[in-house]
Design a protein around this ligand. Sequence first.
Ligand code: RB5
Length: 144
Amino acid sequence: MPKKFAIASDHAGFKRKQEIIEYLKNQGFEVNDLGTKNESSVSYAVFGKKLANFLLENPEQVGIAICGTGLGMSYALNRFKKIRAARVTSENDACLAKLHNNANAIVLSSRFNSKDESISFIQKFLETEYEGGRHQERIDELDK
Ligand code: RB5
């Protein structure tokens, strides 16, 4: 199980970010909080890019991004080669994002999913193993 997380949000995801950090720390995980630091309005693009660059330098870490819908953060992250950021809104998404896509970040909506749902998505993502095989060729194709 991965032991280190890097997490970022915009203002709309700030409270959920703090809840998730508390949960992960209580589980004994190390968490790198890349901001934002409060609920003042900021751009998801800035914090998504910050997380993407951090993950490219620290590929062993699992990324978590949160904004109101999860959409803006996923756009920001997925502009980077080698980043596969899955916007997850169900446990099935969370499972398949790892099983087939070997996602290195999950993106959550603070508006449309609850804290408990978000935590269950994170748990599902962590307990799922990447299947490899035929999926690796497809993943490699993404970055060509
Ligand atoms: C901020 O109001 C909101 O637009 C942002 O959090 C996100 O949902 C954008 O995709």
